[in-house]
Design a protein around this ligand. Structure first.
Ligand code: AVJ
Length: 323
């Protein structure tokens, strides 16, 4: 026995960094990539020629907006709930179509960041003054449990951009179970998922020539420097993405180029890295028809529609809850 108290952490980030960098192998959850700087870098990633995901999904939504609108709309109207709305660029394709059709609906963007929600609401009020927007601040889980009790109108839940890929398949099943248990009989769930494809194309998407993804990954180091008074030199680490075509997992690492010990002053620790030791920072899981069917079955969902680009690079599925 000793009398050291368990450390108290000021933030979730502090706790995660402490746990992740004192375990082996080292890891930090990808959700911490998205601070203000990370949000900005991710915006840049979405415009990169190598990062095909955003453009492909945008095209799918644009091309099939009519059909999708018909699926979503019903006489009593509906509530469109979007998990992780971001800047809403893709969703606006649907909103503008709904406006044209005079659909009776409300838009409920969900995000953990109040800032993101306020910006989105502002831009929506300008572009679609007649749309009723009700931002929902909180984690997905909080908002889903809040909305599960709500049964006045049909719900259409959107989860775009292959954000599901940041979860391992097992985590994804648990997440989808939460979604399906928040759904009532007529409710719909619409999800966009990046597909297995030429491994080179996937790898390039996480290893762009301009180095934006590298900067995005290394922002974790500078974030620790900023928020936890750490002493990382980003130059001493390599950005290393990989893709396994069998499991469909893309992973990103930061690899220490030398043996080093780095102080994280706010946590009162010094972290030792052997030469070539890794920090695992991100999972971007890719799916195919077999694994999507498995996900749906495990989560109690039934696929009721599927739209893809012509090369099946990216797919958007519509799900109902199995009764
Ligand atoms: C926002 C999780 C879909 O995994 O493709 C992009 C994040 N990371 N480039 C993805 C990301 C590096 C992105 N998601």
């Amino acid at each position: 026995m000793n009398n050291t108290k368990p450390p108290e952490f000021k933030t979730q980030f502090a706790e995660d960094v402490f746990k992740g960098l004192t375990s082996y192998p080292k890891k930090i959850s990808s959700k911490f990539l998205y601070d203000e700087k990370g949000d900005e870098l991710f915006q840049q990633i979405m415009d990169l020629p190598e990062y095909y995901l955003t453009g492909k999904e945008y095209q799918i939504l644009k091309r099939h907006r009519e059909e999708l609108g018909d699926e979503f709309a019903s006489l009593e109207g509906f509530d469109l709930i979007e998990l992780g709305a971001g800047d809403g660029k893709k969703t606006k394709v649907l909103l503008s179509h709904f406006e044209e059709k005079n659909y009776d609906y409300k838009y409920l963007p969900v995000d953990i960041s109040k800032n993101v929600l306020e910006q989105l609401k502002g831009s929506l009020q300008q572009e679609f003054p007649s749309v009723e927007v009700e931002p929902q601040q909180g984690t997905y889980a909080e908002v889903l449990s809040r909305l599960a009790d709500y049964r006045e109108r049909k719900k259409v839940i959107l989860f775009l951009g292959s954000n599901i890929g940041n979860l391992t398949p097992e985590e994804a099943v648990n997440f989808l179970k939460k979604i399906s248990s928040a759904m009532h009989e007529k409710d719909l769930f619409f999800m966009g998922v990046d597909q297995k494809k030429d491994p080179k194309v996937i790898l390039d998407a996480y290893n762009d020539g301009a180095g934006v993804t590298e900067a995005f990954n290394k922002n974790l180091l500078t974030r620790m420097n900023r928020e936890l008074d750490a002493e990382f030199d980003p130059e001493d680490f390599m950005h290393w993405p990989l893709y396994d075509p069998e499991s469909g997992v893309a992973k990103s690492f930061l690899v220490s180029k030398k043996e080093q010990t780095v102080a994280i002053n706010a946590l009162d620790i010094k972290v030792h890295f052997q030469k070539w030791e890794t920090i695992h920072t991100e999972v971007s899981q890719k799916y195919d028809d077999t694994s999507i069917a498995w996900l749906a079955k495990e989560a109690g969902l039934e696929i009721s529609g599927c739209w893809a680009d012509k090369d099946s690079c990216f797919k958007n599925h519509l799900f109902k809850r199995i009764k």
